[in-house]
Design a protein around this ligand. Structure first.
Ligand code: 5GP
Length: 354
């Protein structure tokens, strides 16, 4: 539907390597035929469902395809242009810096390359304001988290405002640990709290994946005391799904916006179906709720489609959809001046869209 494509949109929850399109995967496979990777291994098509754990296996395949600076530059540039073509006017991309000994990729170069892609798109006049959140993979434990925050801080100070915050993500179902030197149980928020506190203290904004699965309530309770600036998913935070009063109160009292990803949660089976998605609960409450894609490549969607899905599932009028996209502006991590520019853009575009 052209209305949803023309609707100006804000995307706040997009993992770089989960956002890689079919076309870009094609180019990557062409660069690395020896890996024998097929399309079916990098995306979850229409009507398909996976367990959350299986979704995380998909990222591992994509990471094999994206392991040089050239790959990252191409992937980031393509993803930014695709969001722009979908009517996204402001995008916060997030990605976990990786080092790859075999190709000489370092975490620092990883971040620099994403920034380079953002700057290139800007200089080409692509109509989208892009910012970057440096991601912490919870499975990598305390030390890597601290190191990531230090890197993010460096870039926050040197990137002309492009690096604005930290994301906490990674498989919440995996408790075995990834780092070579980690032999104990990792991934719990209490091990990551000092790093997150440090990030907050130096002015980095925090977007944390919280309660994606039911067993994370105690962790959410702890991390909500920071408090984070936004919450990713928050699937099990409200009382109807077993969320505690304490957790619920912290979210509401601090008015912490939720980043909600319908297709991702249905395909990853953390919610049973679209009509039971927790968007309904939070939206009816009037709590700041932002529609996002999560991983548009892996879940075969885009932001227009997600807005359309929310509208058709929950019976939102076009006016209500417009308001929803406009209210997302208040939840961005870029400074107030950027919010004012975006609000003006929405005012200017409204007559064209309706
Ligand atoms: P990257 O950080 O490599 O650009 O994007 C892929 C990574 O994002 C995954 O390895 C994972 O750490 C994170 N990610 C993507 N989607 C999800 C999700 O739905 N939940 C969580 N917890 N992490 C995710």
């Amino acid at each position: 539907d052209v209305f949803y494509r023309e609707l100006p949109k804000v995307e706040l929850h997009a993992h770089l390597n989960g956002s890689v399109s079919f076309e870009t995967i094609e180019k990557l496979i062409g660069r690395k035929p020896h890996l024998n990777i097929e399309h079916g291994m990098t995306a979850i098509g229409k009507g398909q469902r996976r367990t959350l754990d299986e979704c995380f296996q998909v990222f591992k395949v994509i990471h094999q395809l994206v392991d040089t600076e050239e790959d990252i530059l191409m992937v980031a540039t393509d993803v930014i242009k695709e969001f722009a073509a979908d009517g996204v006017k402001y995008l916060e991309l997030r990605s976990t810096p990786r080092e790859e000994k075999s190709t000489g990729l370092t975490k620092k170069r990883y971040i620099e390359t994403v920034i380079k892609a953002i700057q290139q798109c800007k200089s080409e006049g692509v109509d989208i304001d892009v910012r970057f959140l440096v991601a912490i993979d919870r499975r990598n434990g305390t030390e890597v988290a601290v190191e990531t925050v230090k890197l993010a801080k460096e870039f926050m100070l040197s990137s002309d405002g492009l690096v604005v915050g930290i994301d906490l993500s990674g498989d919440p179902t995996d408790r075995t640990g990834l780092a070579e030197n980690v032999s104990f149980v990792v991934g719990h928020g209490k091990d990551l709290l000092p790093a997150l506190q440090m990030a907050k203290n130096c002015g980095l904004k925090l977007s944390l994946h919280l309660s994606e699965i039911q067993s994370q309530l105690e962790e959410s309770d702890l991390l909500l005391d920071l408090p984070p600036d936004r919450i990713g998913h928050g699937t099990f935070l409200h009382p109807e799904v077993g969320g505690s009063q304490s957790v619920f109160d912290k979210v509401v009292k601090n008015n912490i916006p939720l980043e909600l990803c319908l297709t991702s949660n249905v395909k990853g089976q953390t919610v049973p179906c679209y009509s039971k998605h927790h968007f309904k609960y939070w939206y009816q409450l009037g709590h700041p709720s932002v529609i996002c894609t999560d991983d548009k490549g892996v879940f075969c969607t885009d932001l227009s489609q997600e807005y359309q899905l929310a509208a058709s599932t929950f019976g939102l009028s076009r006016e209500a959809v417009w308001e929803l996209s406009q209210q997302a502006i208040d939840c961005i991590f870029a400074p107030d001046a950027v919010k004012q520019q975006l609000k003006q853009k929405w005012i200017d575009l409204k007559p064209q869209v309706f």
